[in-house]
Design a protein around this ligand. Structure first.
Ligand code: GAL
Length: 670
């Protein structure tokens, strides 16, 4: 199978390049400046469909030929895109049946990208055709090193509710359930007497008057992912007929909730991801680390590509805050530290037109006499020094369970509390681990867990029986498990597992839950007698083999277990019956970190101690990455080797400047 490395050398540096927005004389300046910045890869043609195929079936590759030749002759390689995320206006006009329809039945307007229905046969035919044409023409071109299919599947058209989609959904249901009796049984349609007499009666989960069959909604979510994957496969296979180069499509992990990237993972030759900071968020670098770890995990631990991020402000947030000095560099190197073999941006040159003219770029409107440009050039030089990092792996002893199906299920309507959110809980656990300097992988709950000392399950509401057994086996075999409230409640059809909660986890946790007692808005509950505070959730836990580590000392379950521990086989399973927050600060023993530390210690998870939690520290292959997100220099003990970026020799410790990054390669015999 084609795959890494896509470049003959080092870390890929560059970004989306949209020369179609500029007169050809500008291209020469672009290429000259790309060389100055050390750009070695650009993603080309992402939005070029209307120029390549100005009328249906009429092609003009002249401009694309010229720009690819120019880039190639300048030593800049091309990640050649299929332009299918933004069909031409003629396509929309000629094929009204392809228009995207929202949940309320409105036809979504054009004048934008992603305005097509993912199940449209007209779109399927047109996108396959243009992908095949491109592949046939450029497959052997020496500048082209990989293929970039589409752009961010599901970004704005994740689910369409038109009649074509409804028909495709019915076919998909026939395939999944076989007959309508099986569908009725799976969906529990005796509830409210919603039994279907035939597949034909099934409608997509369009806007409904009241709570809708949740299993219908889950199946629609799965069907919609499959519709996008089918579109990808069609283009990929059209390319494959002419080219063996790696094919990717840029994911949006984890910020496109409707896309189940575990399902996508096996489809691409190289996982690539787009990541943008939420600028309004304090310590956005923790969410960045989480996204990078999740991307690496979707890639099965292999190196992946950061396909897009920003040099500075984006344009689509309410307040588009610029990155602070040093932040672009830290962000870029954090992605590399967590397994990316590229640092690519949206976009090379700032655009003058349309919706994204205020989006930052490598080359800003202000031109080269700007701080941003100087930073871009400096980063290019540093990435050349990091070439030896390419291809190496990040190892983790702890895994966090992440399941998009559970994400969808927990976010559906009519749950015990609107405050208990999948993403919020995962982030709380991730943040606590990050602050403890623990490197984590993400896993699907049914995945092989044998590589991990400890597995953390933050509010994984939907867990199949198979996943429950998998977690059970992990503990019996000597692994450690930490589960938080409202996990293992329903199966894949959102049906409650039989008996007391949490169905598939009762045995492994050695307890059951008699009743949930969610807290009022902003309510808190005391846990133990040393100041721990739970939020959102309390519940009545009944022990059946586990022992109490801490009890609730207030609220509806005062005197009953809040944190428990169960020895089972050779391992240990912990349970946290409320929402604890990740304490901030180096020496905090507060809330979640108090529990986490005990569980990590019991599991024997190795990690550096005594460092401030503004310091990000992890190893990729032989290289040690130290990123200081704080305003003070930090001295890290136990560091010896050569500074890759600064050339310094470290013997016993390294001091990382405020806001700085140090990468150390240990001596060969270390
Ligand atoms: C991405 C997209 C790019 C650009 C960018 C702006 O989601 O792939 O084309 O729109 O956002 O931040």
């Amino acid at each position: 199978m084609p795959g890494y490395p896509v470049l003959p050398e080092g870390i890929a540096y560059g970004g989306d390049y949209n020369p179609e927005q500029w007169p050809e004389e500008v291209w020469h300046e672009d290429v000259r400046l790309m060389r100055e910045a050390g750009v070695n890869l650009v993603s080309l043609g992402i939005f070029g469909w209307s120029l390549l195929e100005p009328e249906e079936g009429v092609y003009d590759f002249g401009r694309l030929d010229r720009i690819i030749d120019l880039l190639g002759s300048s030593g800049i390689r091309v990640d050649l895109a299929t332009p299918t995320s933004s069909p031409p206006t003629w396509f929309r006009t000629a094929h009204p049946g392809s228009h995207l329809v929202d949940r309320a039945g409105h036809v979504v307007a054009g004048g934008s990208r992603h305005s097509f229905c993912p199940s449209s046969p007209e779109y399927a035919a047109a996108s396959e055709r243009i992908a095949g044409r491109l592949a046939a023409r450029y497959a052997g071109h020496p500048a082209v090193v990989m293929w970039h299919v589409h752009n961010e599947y599901g970004w704005a058209n994740a689910r369409c509710y038109c009649e074509t989609s409804a028909e495709a959904f019915r076919d998909w249901l026939r395939e999944r359930h076989g007959d309508v009796a099986a569908l009725n049984a799976a969906w529990g349609t005796t509830f409210w007497g919603l039994t279907y007499g035939s597949f034909h009666e099934v409608e997509p989960p369009r806007l409904a008057p009241a709570g809708q069959l949740t299993a219908l909604q889950l199946d629609y979510a799965r069907f919609s992912v499959d519709a996008h994957i089918a579109n990808f496969r069609r283009e990929r296979d059209a390319i494959r007929r002419f080219s063996d180069l790696p094919v990717t499509t840029n994911f949006m992990i984890p910020n496109c909730e409707p896309m189940d990237y575990w399902r996508w993972a096996g489809e691409v030759d190289v996982v690539s991801n787009d990541h943008y900071l939420d600028a309004g968020r304090a310590e956005g670098h923790i969410e960045l680390a989480m996204a990078a770890d999740l991307t690496r995990s979707v890639a099965g631990g292999r190196p992946w590509m950061l396909m897009e991020h920003s040099t500075g402000a984006v344009n689509w947030q309410p307040r588009n805050l610029a990155k602070r000095p040093g932040e672009m560099r830290r962000n870029s190197l954090a992605h590399v530290a967590r397994g990316s073999d590229s640092v690519l941006f949206f976009q090379w040159r700032a655009s003058r037109y349309g919706a994204e003219k205020f989006h930052s770029a490598m080359l800003p409107h202000a031109g080269t006499d700007s701080e941003l440009w100087r930073d871009v050039v400096a980063l290019g030089a540093e990435l050349r020094e990091l070439a030896p990092v390419r291809g190496s792996r990040v190892e983790a002893e702890v895994a966090l369970v992440w399941d998009w199906e559970s994400y969808w299920a927990l976010e559906l309507e009519w749950r015990p509390s609107v405050d208990l959110r999948f993403r919020e809980r995962v982030e709380a656990y991730y943040e606590a681990l990050w602050r403890e300097h623990v490197t984590v992988d993400f896993v699907h709950p049914a995945a092989d867990l044998s590589a991990y000392r400890m597995v953390v399950v933050p509010s994984s509401y939907l867990l199949t029986e198979a996943a429950g057994k998998n977690l059970h086996r992990h503990v019996e075999a000597g692994g450690h498990l930490l589960v938080s409230c409202f996990s293992g409640i329903v199966d894949e059809n959102d049906t409650i597992h039989p008996g007391a909660y949490p169905g598939v986890l009762r045995d492994v946790l050695g307890l059951s839950v008699e009743e949930f007692h969610p807290l009022p808005e902003n309510g808190t509950v005391a846990v133990g007698d040393d100041g721990l505070t739970g939020r959102i959730w309390s519940e009545r836990v009944r022990l059946a083999g586990a022992r109490t580590v801490r009890a609730f000392t207030g609220g509806p379950d005062a005197g009953h277990p809040a944190v428990t521990r169960h020895e089972l086989g050779a391992g240990t399973a912990w349970y946290v019956a409320t929402a604890l927050d990740p304490g901030v600060g180096p020496d905090t023993d507060g809330d979640l970190r108090a529990i986490l530390r005990a569980a990590l210690d019991a599991a024997g998870v190795s990690r550096p101690r005594g460092l401030p939690d503004t310091l990000e520290i992890l190893r990729r292959g032989r290289h040690l990455f130290l990123l200081n997100h704080g305003d003070e220099p930090v001295t890290v003990p136990g560091v010896s080797g050569t500074g890759v970026l600064d050339g310094a020799e470290y013997a016993g410790s390294a001091t990382v400047p405020a806001g700085g990054v140090t990468v150390v390669e240990p001596a060969p015999d270390a």
